[in-house]
Design a binder for this molecule. Sequence first.
Ligand SMILES: [Zn+2]
Length: 96
Amino acid sequence: MNSYYAGYFDSDEPHFLESCSLCRKTLSLNSDIFMYRGDMAFCSQECRQEQIESDESKAKSWRETSSSSRSSLRKQSDTKDSVAGKTVRTETLVMA
Ligand SMILES: [Zn+2]
């Protein structure tokens, strides 16, 4: 998630609307500009489509990576949670 969104926020370049995000062709205000996700501009529908497809494959590989890293994270937090749960349960028993 971090690298995916870092790229998104890093696109805050001053000239991002002046050239195609894909082929870097200079965009003219007089010609059609194809916007994507509000901050990416493309010279043509084809370039935008390529970016969308590349994003989709990135998102797909990100989900695969993240689900494996998330399951290892969950393992850690489950251990922590069960310890915390034990403490809470003990306190509840004492109070009851
Ligand atoms: Zn282009």
